[in-house]
Design a protein around this ligand. Sequence first.
Ligand SMILES: Cc1ncc(C[n+]2csc(CCOP(=O)(O)OP(=O)(O)O)c2C)c(N)n1
Length: 591
Amino acid sequence: MATELLSGNEAIAQGAWECGVALGVGYPGTPSTETLENLSKHGDVYCEWSPNEKVALEVGIGAAMGGIRALVTMKHVGVNVAADPLMSACNAGVNGGLVLLAADDPSIYSSQNEQDSRNYAAFARVPMLEPSDSQEALDFVKRAFEISEEFDVPAMLRETVRIAHTKTLVQTSATRDELAPRPFEPDAAKYVMMPANAKRRRLVSDQRERDLIAFAETTDLNRVEMRGTEMGVICSGADYQHVREALPEASVLKLGMSWPLPPEKIAAFSASVDKVYVVEEACRYFEEHILAMGIDLATPPCGHLPYDGEMTPARIRASFGIDQPEHLDAAQDLPPRPPALCPGCPHRLVFTELRRIKAIVTGDIGCYTLGAVAPLNAVHSTIDMGASLSMAHGLELAGVPERNKRPVVGVIGDSTFAHSGITSLLGTIYNAGAGTLCILDNRTTAMTGCQGNPCNGVTLMEQAKGVNPLDVPAGKPLDIVELCKALGVEDVRLVDPQDLSAVRTALKETTSAHDTLSVIVFKSPCRLIDRSKGVVPTITECRKCGVCIQIGCPALGKDDEGRAVIDRNQCIGCNQCVQSCPFGCISKEGE
Ligand SMILES: Cc1ncc(C[n+]2csc(CCOP(=O)(O)OP(=O)(O)O)c2C)c(N)n1
């Protein structure tokens, strides 16, 4: 045994390794990503990134059916993508243990919404465990595998950003359980979810739910901590830590298992205190379920806790009318740091051109979502991964290009294209749609930390050994141009996004061909995987027109008199500003 300081994600990876997990599979997404990255570094657990979360869960379901323990990881919105297999796998059950880690993001630090994955556990009727620190993260992943196998059901593990990324002390073991795979016997009645079997399996799920409720009533995962009888708080996960900090005198029912809930335990706890409160973040999961049990929940004296966003000790104190300590939860006076594309980012010039031609841009999710913020201001929608082209098709069907006299252009990254953009493209081809799709192929999944994906061909096991996407042997990565042609797109172009005049020509030609579907693959590596630095340009006789500032490069600013200046520390010599200056004032010595 050793004591280590681990984040929740590191602890989950360690726990999975210790309890004999044989497969880790997932799709990157903050705050879940480091879990698989850490598991893959053990070397003796095979791990892979899937193109999307649905595929990841299906791989996990197959592996569990085949008798091994599988950990499937994703962020909360990934569970939406994986919801289809989840809803049926809960009826089919497992063989080897199957645990789905869902990492939630209350306060929406890096997501498109702040949904609460506990609702999925209740919806699919699969057990849900919620650790409150890294030690529990390690312990609960093991417990989740035991529950999965004992009750023949996929189990969920929910963490929030605060658990995923906070480091606390953990007891780790240097040994790993060596588990032989469970035998696999074909069992169509269990695994073929056609109506006759699914109806029978539904009854199995009903009985399992009753068994799990009985388990929830007695398990030590749900713990009563009695202090005074004046007030009791029901909570879970990170909220437990906030309650202990803000309301140290309160008795607590800490629910380590948040589906199914233990009605008798909750009723007994409520009866043992004068007033019982619920503390939870971003959702009314406990509130709604406990009110439905007929239990009265009290409202804090200074008003209900906020429904939106992450819970903090300060928010709890404010609702309960408790003085705040001098140190607040987080520094309140930090200067804002608006996000921006990196210096030299290959996405930038595509957006400056799209803005120039006044395109209506349906965006997608990745670093290029920043095309929506100032000064680029070029993106008009971002809903979910893969939506760019399908939404562009919808705008076309609504007649927007003709009515607004503006071209509609979809913009998507390479990882997102592989995730769910290919099917969107297929829908537009199938239905003879027109328009322009820009695939920004920066050779990596940059936004979540430069993971491999099918377009660059780097596997997670290779990446664990330090392989850079640019080092991968040719032939393995997906050829996006050939794929688009094979799907049936007639106008497919490969363009260097660092070449402004090539970007301009490609966008001009494709957006003026109204009845054609065009795909432009803008291919150039992300600056985080290609760190080479060119010559820093110099500016002479700046005319203060501000055009270079409008490209939004963090290395460009203005001096006191409004002249453009280059921060030599940030500049990587990409030439984007050189090409953008309409007066040729920015140039490179010797060129
Ligand atoms: C359903 C879902 N899964 C995962 C994520 C996390 N995520 C956001 S963008 C992104 C991929 C970005 O890669 P890419 O499309 O290649 O664009 P880049 O950031 O490299 O420009 C991921 C995995 C998410 N937001 N939604």
